[in-house]
Ligand binder design. Structure first.
Ligand SMILES: *Cc1c(COP(=O)(O)O)cnc(C)c1O
Length: 432
């Protein structure tokens, strides 16, 4: 039975008069799926409720930050305590030290960190640092990786044989996109050609070591190791954008999972416990180039905001507990297996890719999808229907077939098993 969306519809109509497309971030507009966006009233544990009173099991988790689920008591307590003392000072607070200490004492890949207010800001600052440190202008990114909306990263592969990217957004000067080279993921040959031509001009190669913004494009570890090797050879900084994978697949992210030492790492999402925090880190030597120590300028009025620091600290303290990531992975795997078993038995064209507590549903029969080009755009028609049926069953995913799902600690074995049954029933309906 279709859920009532009357209140969400009314709110969306009003929102469209206030905000472009009715939203403050584009994917929320539900353009890739049918219907109007649900306006969310509240969340608790693994559930969210919309304004019409419908309850959903939430696998979007605010696009990743809520690894403990909604309204976690420790995070709420941390925020409430910080709030007693005011919300912002624009001066250092002990809470920044606490969060910085918690991270750096457990993360062997960075020696210093700088807090900012979003993932975009972290990446933008990290790119400036890479350029300032190396004295080089060009950067390399990969097709299928998202790094926020900074000018030099809103770039897609150029047409034909063009090496340099073209902007994927209006408003980005061509001179900027000319400095960004876009390569296919998991492709050593394309990388080698690029390095032969431009090796000496490249400041950094930026990658999501676990690309999770355009499907889940799991890379061969061998490719990531090769990146490390060629970066060292060419004096290029290896930049891991771990805004999703940081604190998600392991406390120290994909660097820890794969055992690879990047030169610069960015964090976001989980690091702020549901409040706006981003961060970039590197060796003390590289970070020494940041203002006020060095000549790479970067600043923020609300950077290291005490309330946000308290939320991040409370959340990461939970993540740092013994067995946290093992538990997350085990429950996610059981969930994935339950669906996969059903799909295999029925012979549906449907695959689930997963790592740690991230999963991605693909209407595909490919055993591996490692490049953006391997995703069949037509498969998104299936996703659109699948999405509508899932909402009717009370299961909420990010509203696009290119988005991954997240499992939090609030998704218990029982919750996951029930959700998996619903997903199987929806697949039966879809393929019948
Ligand atoms: C979400 C994301 C960003 C952008 O972070 P915002 O907080 O949305 O600005 C950058 N890089 C990656 C890998 C992300 O997943």
């Amino acid at each position: 039975m279709a859920i009532s969306r009357q209140k969400s519809s009314e709110l969306f109509d009003r929102a469209k008069q206030l905000f472009p497309g009715g939203v403050n971030s584009p994917v929320r507009a539900f353009k890739s799926v049918d219907g109007v966006p649900l306006f969310i009233k509240k969340g608790d544990q693994c559930y969210i409720w919309d304004e019409d009173g419908n309850r959903f099991t939430d696998f979007c988790c605010s696009w990743g930050p809520l690894i403990l689920g909604h309204n976690h008591p420790e995070v709420r307590k941390g925020i409430e305590e910080a709030l007693q003392n005011g919300t912002s000072f624009g001066a250092p607070t002990e809470l920044e030290n606490k969060l910085g200490d918690l991270i750096l004492s457990r993360n062997p890949f960075i020696e210093k960190i700088r807090f900012v207010s979003s993932g975009t800001e972290a990446v933008m600052s990290g790119i400036r640092l890479a350029r300032g440190y190396t004295g080089r202008d060009k950067i390399v990114k990969f097709d299928g990786c998202y790094h926020g909306h900074a000018d030099s990263l809103l770039v897609k592969a150029g047409s034909g044989l063009a090496t340099f990217g073209t902007s994927s957004s209006a408003g980005v000067p061509e001179a900027f996109s000319q400095e960004t080279i876009v390569l296919p993921l998991n492709d050593k040959e394309a990388l080698n050609t690029c390095l032969e031509n431009y090796g000496k001009e490249i400041a950094c190669i930026i990658i999501e070591p676990i690309p999770a913004n355009n499907g889940l494009l799991l890379q061969d570890k061998d490719f990531l190791l090769y990146l490390r090797e060629v970066c060292t050879q060419h004096g290029i900084l290896l930049f891991f954008d771990e805004v999703i994978s940081g604190f998600r697949v392991a406390f120290s992210g994909a660097a820890e999972l794969y055992g690879i030492q990047p030169d610069i790492i960015t964090y976001g999402k989980i690091i702020g416990g549901g409040l706006p925090v981003g961060a970039y880190g590197a060796s003390a030597e590289i970070m020494g180039h940041i203002s006020p120590l060095g000549n790479v300028y970067q600043a923020g009025t609300l950077s290291g905001n005490p309330v946000a620091m308290a939320a991040g600290y409370a959340q990461l303290k939970e993540c740092a507990k013994e067995g946290f990531y093992e538990g997350q992975e085990a429950r996610t795997q059981a969930f994935v297996r339950q669906i996969t078993d059903h799909v295999t038995e029925k012979g549906y064209k449907f695959e689930i890719f997963s790592i740690g507590s991230i999963f991605w549903f693909a209407f595909s029969d490919l055993e591996a999808i490692r490049k953006a080009d391997d995703i069949d755009p037509d498969s998104m028609d299936h996703f659109r229907k699948f999405y509508g049926y899932l909402l009717d069953e009370g299961v909420y995913l990010g509203p696009s077939g290119y988005e991954v799902g997240f499992v939090s600690t609030a998704h218990t074995t029982e919750v996951l098993s029930e959700a998996a049954s619903k997903i199987c029933a929806v697949l039966d309906r879809l393929f019948s």
